[in-house]
Design a protein around this ligand. Structure first.
Ligand code: TA6
Length: 304
């Protein structure tokens, strides 16, 4: 039975089931933050044991939604306000849900634009699909960033994990602000890692990255396949595919200690691989729609 229950801190949490696989998903209405996807009997999403559930602070972990700003790349609070607002459940079904957020007095005070967001979640025992739909319902154009800040749960050693599929891509290393070309097959976490891979999809509708235990990450043998992309539709009905970036992040030792809602040792148990519109904010005219999506495919018998 799908329903809204009192979650941590008494915060409303939508609990979803997929009958055929027995998979479950939890989504806090605060930020429409998906905090759990149990598939094949294993938790696939990381949630910090120190996360605050007060209906104000962003939940630490899950899939926070960054909108209309990524990180500190603008005047708004880090990652914008979508993850700090209460969303509304619009529809619920077997392995599916839709939530919504529209501009309100608080968002208008911070960012004076009219918008309507929809967050679409579909899942079963092998895949989790989430899509953020952004519509400009205001009086004029606006530029926005958007990102699905996915925290993947690691059951194996962090040092045994690799992210493949980014060879040849250019990334901004946020620790040095340098532009670097990825010249090896896998990203392995051996220090604080905070990278924005630029325009990974290029002009294609989607791209795929692979997360596996090292030496396992390839299109045939990966433990987790992340397919992602973006699309736009103008008010007049024209379609396009803006290039989608990918952020790879792990706070490692020192940054973990600086995060008050994240355990000092929790960096061992997570890796963030985050599709988004980051480096080139997208301009939406009145009536235009931007969609950002990710489709996470797993082999149920394997855990990262
Ligand atoms: O994931 C990339 C990033 O921008 C990192 O720099 C780090 O700040 C992370 O997001 C978490 O941000 P938050 O505001 O949730 O602490």
């Amino acid at each position: 039975m799908d329903q809204v229950v009192a979650g941590s801190g008494g915060q409303p949490k939508l609990v979803l089931n997929h009958a055929g696989s027995g998979a479950t998903v939890d989504v806090y209405l605060h930020g429409a933050t998906l905090t759990s996807w149990v598939a094949g009997g294993k938790e696939r999403i990381f949630l910090s044991e120190s996360s605050v559930f007060d209906g104000k602070k962003a939940i630490r972990g899950g899939i926070p939604i960054a909108f209309p700003q990524f990180a500190g790349m603008g005047p708004l609070p880090n990652h914008g306000f979508a993850r700090n607002n209460a969303w509304t459940v619009e529809a619920v079904g077997d392995g599916t849900a839709t939530l919504s957020l529209k501009d309100n007095a608080s968002t208008r005070a911070a960012w004076d634009h009219g918008f309507a967001l929809e967050y679409i979640i579909n899942f079963d025992g092998n895949h989790l699909y989430t899509e953020l739909v952004i519509k400009n319902t205001g009086e004029g154009p606006f530029a926005t960033q958007a990102l699905l800040h996915t925290y993947f749960r690691l059951h194996n050693k962090l040092g045994d994990i690799g992210v493949a599929g980014l060879r040849g891509q250019t990334y901004v290393d946020k620790l040095t602000n340098g532009n670097v070309v990825q010249d090896v097959d896998e990203v392995n976490i051996i220090a604080e890692t905070d990278r924005i891979y630029d325009k990974v999809t290029g002009a294609n509708p989607t791209a795929t990255v692979f997360i596996s235990r090292i030496n396992g990450a390839s299109s045939e043998t990966s433990d987790l396949k992340l397919v992602f992309g973006s699309s736009t539709q103008s008010a007049a009905g024209e379609h396009a595919h803006p290039p989608t970036d990918v952020v790879v992040w792990n706070p490692w030792i020192e940054k973990s200690k600086r995060l008050d809602d994240f355990g000092d040792e929790e960096y061992h148990h997570m890796i963030c691989v985050e599709p988004g519109i980051v480096n080139a904010p997208h301009h939406l005219q009145q009536g235009d729609t931007l969609r950002l999506f990710q489709d996470i495919h797993i082999d149920t018998s394997v855990v990262l």
